[in-house]
Design a protein around this ligand. Structure first.
Ligand code: ZN
Length: 427
């Protein structure tokens, strides 16, 4: 019964919308601008079916042809935002929301269950990925504009935050074979199955709690994600940091897991930033070292590790190095030990945790990293194999959501579903 009512309501809504849309058939005279500076000639009226949140709607609209461009167009489509899609903007927004949250088949199922909208899994996937990649292109264009100073971000409103953190991480995303072709990986056959997505979370911090621990400014986190190489990631991160007002904020801080590319990038773009190895990552490295030495240390392993962890919290990498060198390994184990110790040696100045804490700084990205991880998680569910474009689209949707910039995706004109070749023409 309930279903029947809903179906009837949707039909009614669809008819109402059809009638409303029918009031303007988009005739703009015998000639109308084609969008590229020419006049296009009116040809006839053509029908198109658009799927909307109230079901399919049939639309009759004026069709023009531009001889110079050699293409047809309906001005009404551009006005309605259905120029390159047979899905209404409202429906695409719903699809994007669902597909950013859960796998495509589940998203299509949710739309059917909650809104009575039947879409194939493939269409759900294509629509969400297209809107996500369009958003990624818009972010990239915005980054270029900020870096070339064509756009100058405003000083952050209100009292300035004291510190801006840039937490940077990379993680492997399973991709289809062609996206990993010719790349070396960790699998037995030496072939790569994943590509690294680089993630950044930016947040600000102004105050300390009663125990003197730093408190993240509420709603201050924004995220970005890309498969681009470190160089281009740096460009995007730099632009995002400027958008967030880094030029006005007293203390920038870069938090990383210790990967060399992160510090190279920090030196290049944020020379004034304090560099900190995320404490949780550093702890993992100590656990690994203790496991390596488990046999050697026998019953003392846990005590040994506890002492090293205390030394780490105190930022005493000298003591960690001394204790590590005392581990009497031979052969390949000795080489592994030296490699593990090199991590603490090279990053010693980024592990002065006592000092950083005394300055009221975060030394581990904890909460924020969880946010970053959740962006990766949607892409890592079992059995998934991504194209880079598809994964970029979904990661971007998730970032926009986490950054409270969701609605901006839909407010950018002409950014919605243009395939790459059209987008480059348009700019
Ligand atoms: Zn034209």
């Amino acid at each position: 019964m309930e279903l029947a009512i809903r179906t009837a309501m949707l039909k009614l809504g669809g008819r109402l919308l059809e009638d409303l849309l029918g009031l303007d058939a988009g005739h703009r005279g015998p000639r109308a601008g084609c969008g590229n500076g020419h006049d296009a000639e009116f040809i006839s009226y053509r029908a198109k079916t658009i799927d909307t949140v109230v079901g399919p709607v049939r639309l009759r609209r004026a069709w023009y042809h531009c001889a110079a461009c050699g293409r047809g167009l309906a001005p009404r489509d551009a006005e309605l935002g259905t120029e390159r899609s047979s899905l209404s903007p409202g429906l695409r927004k719903m699809i994007a929301r669902a597909a950013a949250t859960v796998p495509f088949a589940r998203a299509a199922g949710l739309l059917a269950e909650l809104a009575g909208i039947e879409l194939t899994v493939k269409r759900t996937e294509r629509s969400a990925e297209a809107d996500g990649t369009a958003a990624a292109r818009a972010i990239s264009a915005e980054a270029d504009a900020i870096r070339s100073r064509r756009v100058v971000p405003l000083r952050p409103a209100g009292p300035l935050p004291d510190k801006l953190y840039l937490a940077v991480d990379g993680t492997g995303i399973p991709v289809v074979a062609r996206e990993a072709e010719g790349r070396r990986g960790k699998a037995d056959d030496g072939k790569a199955r994943t590509r690294e997505i680089k993630l950044a979370c930016l947040f600000t911090q102004t105050r300390l709690d009663d125990d003197g621990k730093p408190v993240r400014d509420p709603s201050s986190t924004t995220c970005l994600a890309t498969f681009e190489p470190a160089g281009q990631f740096g460009v995007l991160l730099d632009a995002e940091a400027r958008r967030r007002g880094i030029e006005h904020i007293r203390q920038p801080v870069v938090l990383g897991d210790g990967a060399a590319w992160i510090w190279t990038l920090a030196d290049q773009h944020f020379p004034a930033a304090t560099q900190i190895v995320d404490l949780y990552h550093a702890r993992e490295h100590l656990h690994d070292l203790a496991n390596l030495a488990a046999r050697l240390l026998a019953g003392h392993r846990d005590d040994w590790l506890a002492t090293r962890l205390e030394e780490l919290d105190a930022g005493n990498t000298g003591a960690i190095l001394a204790a590590g060198r005392n581990l009497d390994f031979t052969g390949s184990l000795a080489a592994e030990r030296d490699k593990a110790l090199a991590y603490f040696e090279h990053n010693a100045h980024r592990m002065r945790y006592q000092h950083f804490k005394s300055l009221g700084m975060f030394v581990g990205s904890g909460v924020v990293e969880a946010g970053c991880k959740s962006i990766g998680q949607r892409l890592k569910l079992s059995g998934m194999r991504w194209t880079l474009a598809g994964a970029t689209g979904i990661a971007t949707l998730r970032c926009q959501d986490a950054s409270h910039r969701w609605d901006e995706i839909w407010q950018r004109p002409h950014s919605q579903t243009a395939p790459p070749h059209l987008a480059s023409q348009a700019s």
